[in-house]
Write a protein that binds this ligand. Structure first.
Ligand SMILES: Nc1ncnc2c1ncn2[C@@H]1O[C@H](COP(=O)(O)OP(=O)(O)O)[C@@H](O)[C@H]1O
Ligand SMILES: [Mg+2]
Length: 291
């Protein structure tokens, strides 16, 4: 399988806050390795098994999307990888180390805003560094660089309520990428945006990712978004006891022009192939919802 796309970009690396995994580290170990992951929740009728026996390796530096019907367990998998939830069964390794507690090699971008309303754009962007006890002049300068990079120059001192939905997403993006954690977890980050803003933000994620060395685990229920962004798309089955039913390598050239990519014949082929797996699961989930 071809290597993940990595555009050399020294300028970008120079503003990184912490080292992404070294090439040697990258070759040897998966960024995320799940084995036999099962997650159960307590429910009114006993235990509910959300995901069962999931094996997944995410290659370092790759952009992998998990798709599946609503409620199948995508967020559950991401929460486990983030270390916010202890699996009922199975193991999680992050860059070759068993995960214990919160995942310090990952940053997390949720679907909902996690901005602090009483802090300015710059202060919100700096939060991740503040948690690492880095709040000197250098951290401040890095914060300004990131505010600029996500297109918010001039808004450093604005508060979240003064921003549009797209601008708030930009702050969240800077917040999760500034710490250059090695692994970025994104849970339907653009689901609430209008289609044009969404497309711009998707392009900006690809720009941030290219050459950063970071691995991205991206959750979406939107197959077009998954194909347009990813190196690999993994399809989850309808719940309960959801598992991974298919994995597809996305061999579209990079860098990608998201404005036109959906008109490429190869995009259409990939869409039809993956949709035939996903369609079945979506239909099952509809049927279960009606039970
Ligand atoms: N903390 C929880 N307690 C009980 N059930 C949960 C909890 N989190 C998720 N679930 C259930 O697990 C299933 C998978 O949820 P989730 O991972 O959020 O799905 P997705 O992100 O694919 O929409 C759903 O049926 C959901 O109701
Ligand atoms: Mg979810």
């Amino acid at each position: 399988m071809p290597e993940c796309y990595q555009e050399p970009d020294d300028a970008r690396k120079s503003v990184s806050a912490a080292p992404a995994p070294s090439p040697a580290e990258s070759r040897q170990t998966a960024a995320v390795s799940l084995r036999g992951l099962t997650q159960r929740f307590r429910s009114n009728s006993g235990a509910y098994t959300a995901v069962q026996n999931i094996d997944l390796d995410v290659r370092p530096g790759c952009f992998l999307s998990l798709v599946g019907p609503s409620g199948c367990g995508k967020s559950t998998v991401l929460n486990v990888v983030a270390g916010l939830m202890t699996p009922s069964e199975g193991t999680v390794e992050v860059f070759g180390e068993p995960l214990r507690g919160v995942n310090r090699r990952a940053s997390y971008m949720f679907q909902q805003d996690a901005l602090l309303p009483w802090k300015t754009v710059l202060e919100n962007v700096l939060l991740g560094l503040t948690f690492q006890n880095r709040d000197g002049a250098e951290a401040h300068e890095l914060g300004r660089v990131w505010v600029r990079r996500v297109g918010l120059s001039g808004f450093e001192h604005a508060y979240p309520h003064q921003l549009s939905g797209g601008m708030r997403r930009r702050v969240a993006m800077a917040q999760s990428w500034i710490v250059n954690p090695g692994l970025v977890l994104m849970d339907e980050p653009f689901g609430a945006l209008d289609v044009h803003t969404r497309q711009r933000m998707e392009g900006e994620v690809l720009d941030l990712w290219a050459g950063s060395g970071n691995t991205v685990l991206f959750i979406t229920h939107d197959l077009e978004e998954a194909i347009a962004l990813s190196d690999e798309v993994a399809v989850m089955s309808a719940g309960p006891a959801s598992r991974i039913v298919a994995r597809h390598h996305i061999d579209l050239a990079r860098p990608r022009n998201l404005l036109d990519i959906k008109t490429e014949p190869r995009f259409g082929e990939l869409y039809r192939t993956i949709w035939s797996d996903l369609r079945e699961e979506v239909l099952k989930s509809y049927a279960r919802d009606r039970e």
